[in-house]
Design a protein around this ligand. Structure first.
Ligand code: PMP
Length: 460
């Protein structure tokens, strides 16, 4: 489809005239022209100029099984022919919705046995926000309304999910955060830990949750939401002391724990869910992205027996999306999970790809520009710095070095994303050792070129 596309310049001109891009300075992009991606297979993208680009971001942290799987095309065709749409309102259900809900209950940890479907991570987190308040009202504690998130956490882009997130540059536009949402600091030792020991810092950051609950009043706090490992915030891996203390605090103060596993779910960390890798026991889990490997939009809230039973026993929960559990999306999620299981892709991450990548990724610490190299499973980051020992920032604005590096990667046919001056990666889980070698070669070349440019520009 669309193989015989217009010349690149014409596509770029139409894009500039009519297409507004997410999280983009539109006027700057329109002058430059967007890169046009025309095809993809496995871990490789093709652009309209015929370049083959290694996608170390799996799209947007989502294409876990790799691009262009024919089984997925077959599953889509079968489902459209069988039942192209039906909703799950008004006491109806359909086969893909039931089958997928049961499958998710089977693979999810603990007693997360109940699924409330959405079409994206943002929508699922909006569901969570309303759901936890409704839960506490049903428990006879309607004052428990405040949800605590973290600065530099990311939970989506709608008013609700964007408020739960702690991206200050988002809050600066359009009236976020909404009321009854609070934030604590993130466990980013490299940026914020100063002279403290990482273990002490992790504990101190977790204790901020306790302090916030006491400040707001235990009777007013409904839930705490966090990503097991921050993704969009820069792949920040918390010190090992952090999560056990958070878990203790949530249990002690009767605060629901929402693990946002939109990135960390479906094998990304080397187990099915990040909660298993980090030993969390959430009451609610947000999933999306790797749930369908990006082949169709779908997300969900997985609820514990206690939470789901309480909601079910409280009458009607006045909430839902037309396309929740859309048959096509549900069928593709099911086929995606089948492929993950049958091809033992999570084992491939744990036993082959992640150990191999880890060694090479952590080896980047020897590069003159790299001050930190973190990785869990197949999500990782490197922090660029002009002075490793001092954990210093560049003279330029935060993000300038990162942007230069991202551009050098693109020029070298590699997709790595930058978050400030951190470079982040999340390749498809099916990446092979040979592809990891190619990836690292291109990453090192891009870092060398970035280093040279930063020196030439007097920025370090
Ligand atoms: N939560 C997390 C942890 C995410 O990383 C994202 C997307 N990057 C979202 C929620 C929002 O998901 P979506 O873009 O599908 O709305």
């Amino acid at each position: 489809m669309f193989e015989n596309h217009l010349p690149t310049e014409e596509l770029q001109a139409l894009d500039a005239a009519h297409h507004m891009h997410p999280f983009t300075d539109g006027s700057a992009l329109n002058k430059k022209g967007a890169r046009v991606i025309t095809a993809a297979k496995g871990v490789w993208l093709t652009d309209s100029d015929g370049n083959r680009i290694l996608d170390a971001m799996a799209g947007l942290w989502c294409v876990n099984i790799g691009y262009g799987r024919p089984e997925m095309a077959e599953a889509a065709k079968r489902q459209i022919e069988q039942l192209s749409f039906y909703n799950t309102f008004f006491q109806t259900t359909h086969v893909p919705a039931v089958t997928l809900a049961a499958k998710l209950a089977q693979i999810a940890p603990g007693d997360l046995n109940h699924v409330h479907f959405a079409n994206s991570g943002s929508e699922a987190n909006d569901t969570n926000l309303r759901l936890v308040r409704h839960y506490w009202a049903a428990k006879g504690k309607p004052t428990k309304r405040i949800v605590i998130g973290r600065w530099n956490g990311y939970h989506g882009s709608t008013m609700g999910s964007g408020s739960l997130g702690g991206m200050k540059f988002m809050h600066a536009q359009g009236g976020m955060p909404i009321p009854d949402v609070a934030h604590i600091e993130q466990p980013d030792w490299w940026m914020q830990g100063g002279d403290s020991d990482p273990a002490d810092f992790g504990l101190a950051r977790a204790k901020q949750l306790e302090e916030k609950i006491l400040e707001l009043g235990q009777d007013n706090v409904a839930a705490f939401i966090a990503e097991p490992i921050q993704g969009s915030g820069g792949v920040i891996v918390p010190p090992a002391t952090y999560w056990p203390e958070i878990q203790r605090i949530c249990a002690h103060y009767d605060v629901l724990l929402i693990a946002d596993e939109v990135i960390t779910g479906f094998g990304r960390t080397g187990k099915w869910f990040g909660s298993q890798t980090l030993d969390l026991r959430p009451d609610i889990m947000t999933i999306a992205k790797g749930m369908s490997s990006g082949y169709a939009p779908i997300g969900a809230s997985l609820l514990s027996d206690n939470v789901a039973n309480t909601i079910n026993d409280a009458g009607e929960f006045n909430h839902g999306y037309t396309y929740a559990a859309h048959p096509l999306s549900a069928a593709l999620a099911l086929e995606n999970i089948r492929i993950l299981e049958d091809e033992k892709i999570v084992d491939h991450v744990a036993n082959v790809a992640a150990p191999y990548l880890r060694e090479k990724w952590e080896g980047l610490i020897d590069h003159p520009l790299v001050g930190d190299a973190s990785i869990v499973g197949l999500m990782g980051s490197i922090r660029m710095t002009p002075d490793k020992a001092a954990r210093a920032k560049f003279k330029s604005d935060e993000g300038t070095a990162g942007y230069i590096c991202r551009e050098r990667c693109f020029a070298n046919n590699l997709v790595m994303r930058h978050v400030g001056d951190r470079m982040v990666i999340s390749p498809p889980l099916v990446i092979t050792k040979a592809e990891i070698d190619q990836f690292i070669d291109r990453a090192v070349q891009s870092l060398d070129e970035t280093h040279a440019k930063l020196k030439a520009d007097g920025l370090m």
